[in-house]
Design a protein around this ligand. Structure first.
Ligand SMILES: [Zn+2]
Length: 108
């Protein structure tokens, strides 16, 4: 029983780290686009998805990512893509500081 409790805690931690999605993958319901509430998607993609994927809604910012839902207009298969990573302000400041030091050293 203690082990079951531990497993439950670990599972909760994993879920907390995982970004929430509105996509429900199932083959038991008809694919539906109820964005932004939910998207019911088939569990697997098909050949049509190679050319049929379209953006759903606007890109979303969930730091440190910019995300976009995409859905196949033929079969309804949906994914949430990471469009790009947001700039890391600390890393940029550190790089700028290093570059500034490097250019000053070059002048001396
Ligand atoms: Zn498809």
């Amino acid at each position: 029983m203690a082990r079951a409790l531990l497993l439950g805690v670990e599972q909760t931690r994993v879920e907390e780290k995982t970004m929430a999605t509105i996509i429900q993958y199932t083959d038991r319901q008809t694919p539906q686009n109820q964005y932004p509430l939910r998207i019911v998607s088939p569990r697997n993609s098909s050949r049509c998805c190679l050319t049929g994927m379209e953006d759903v809604g606007e890109a979303l910012t969930e730091a440190p990512w910019v995300l976009q839902y995409r859905r196949c207009h033929q079969c309804g298969f949906a994914v949430r893509l990471v469009v790009r990573a947001l700039p890391d302000a600390q890393a940029i400041a550190s790089l700028q500081s290093s570059l500034k030091g490097a250019s000053l050293a070059g002048l001396e």
